[in-house]
Write a protein that binds this ligand. Structure first.
Ligand SMILES: [Mg+2]
Length: 381
């Protein structure tokens, strides 16, 4: 079997005004998607989603540039797969999509789900956590966060991650005020779902230490990216101050990047993403992290095909815990697939069909034509 063609579908869907969301100073105005399609001379096609943070058109450009290296070759030949190199975000996202598409293809050729190529006894379903909590506005009605949590409980989810809201300087938000909202949320949820907080690298170390202590008291599952990523010693300090896991590394694409964080005990959970670095790199990072007693819970934003790639990886991990599911992507998220996989009581049931088990729908480019420009705009108040 030989690869005959590689292409990239670039898709968008504008968010309705009421569905646009603001976190920090960023207003997100549309959903984007980039899907890498690898065709073969035997009519079998592999598909993989590249994280749209890399910008679909730049991702397509990288895929086109790599294409001559792969066309004419056997898709199962490991020598043809380029590696993420941590020099360009778009490059590594493109590799993420391409690597996932090649795994889909390898699964279809072997007649096995990707998770079974990655592990002998993978899970058949993966626990999801509802990821959002980034629509509340400190000026308008921060309690919207609590309404959102109740919606997810009603929908059957047993865990939720939220963010720290709109820019704190706009409304004089302090750690105390923030923790007031966090306590109200924890009280309302009252053990019905696990909670995680993502600081998106926005806190100072003193703020982060105070927040971490309170989150631990409230039995939070983890505290993600509390401070700027480059401060490894700061991470190590926060991580040693609480038993609750400090997590991070969603932007990292190589094992080398994780090494100093692992050696300095900066994270208890690492969070690479198959859409950003590929399934191969995620599994490699998991193996190295496991040596340090560190678990892996992938970052997983954007759309359903990437969710399937990350779900197969989670199912095959040495210690599978939970998978992120973006709750605010809108209809594009699952419309890209022929069929949405079953999500029952917060668990994603992995299709046991070959590959990723997720074919892409027809006519996507005419239904969701790509809208040029960034998915987000910076706002000031
Ligand atoms: Mg995050």
């Amino acid at each position: 079997m030989k690869i005959t063609n590689i292409s990239t579908l670039c898709l968008s869907r504008p968010h309705e005004l009421e569905r646009q969301w603001v976190t920090a100073k960023v207003r997100v105005i549309k959903a984007d998607c980039a899907i890498v399609v690898v065709e073969t001379d035997e009519g079998i096609t592999g598909v993989g989603e590249a994280c749209a943070y890399g910008q679909p058109l730049i991702i397509r450009d990288w895929i086109d540039w790599y294409s001559p290296l792969l066309v004419g070759h056997d898709p199962t030949d490991p020598r043809i797969v380029p590696s993420p190199h941590n020099k360009s975000w778009a490059h590594d996202c493109a590799i993420g999509g391409l690597d996932s598409a090649l795994w889909d293809l390898k699964g279809k050729i072997a007649g096995k789900p990707v998770s079974r190529l990655l592990a002998v006894h993978p899970l058949q379903k993966v626990r999801l956590y509802a990821s959002s909590g980034c629509r509340y506005d400190w000026r308008i009605r921060p309690e919207q966060l609590i309404d959102e949590a109740l919606e997810y409980i009603a929908a059957g989810y047993t865990a939720m991650k939220f963010r720290i809201g709109t820019d704190w300087t706009w409304d004089g938000v302090t750690v105390d005020r923030f923790l007031g909202l966090v306590r109200e949320l924890a009280q309302t949820v009252n053990g019905r779902m696990e909670l995680m907080l993502d600081g998106n690298q926005r806190l100072t170390i003193d703020q982060a230490l105070a927040v971490a202590k309170e989150l631990e008291r409230l039995n939070f599952r983890w505290f993600e990216e509390p401070i700027p990523q480059a401060d490894i010693d700061g991470y190590a300090r926060i991580n040693s101050s609480v038993a609750m896991p400090i997590t991070g590394g969603e932007q990292f694409t190589t094992i080398e990047q994780f090494r100093p964080y692992l050696e300095k005990k900066a994270y208890k959970i690492v969070q690479p993403d198959a859409g950003i670095c590929g399934i191969s790199a995620v599994m490699q990072i998991a193996e190295v992290a496991h040596r340090y007693g560190v678990d892996l819970c992938p970052h997983n934003w954007h759309n359903g095909l990437m969710t399937m790639a990350n779900a197969h990886a989670v199912a095959a991990l040495p210690n599978p815990i939970v998978l992120e599911l973006c709750m605010i992507q809108g209809p594009l998220q699952w419309d890209i697939l022929q069929e949405k996989p079953p999500i029952v009581a917060g668990w994603l049931e992995l299709p046991q069909s070959p590959g990723l088990g997720a074919g892409i729908a027809d006519g996507l480019e005419s239904r969701y034509p790509y809208i040029e420009g960034s998915y987000a705009i910076t706002v000031e108040r």
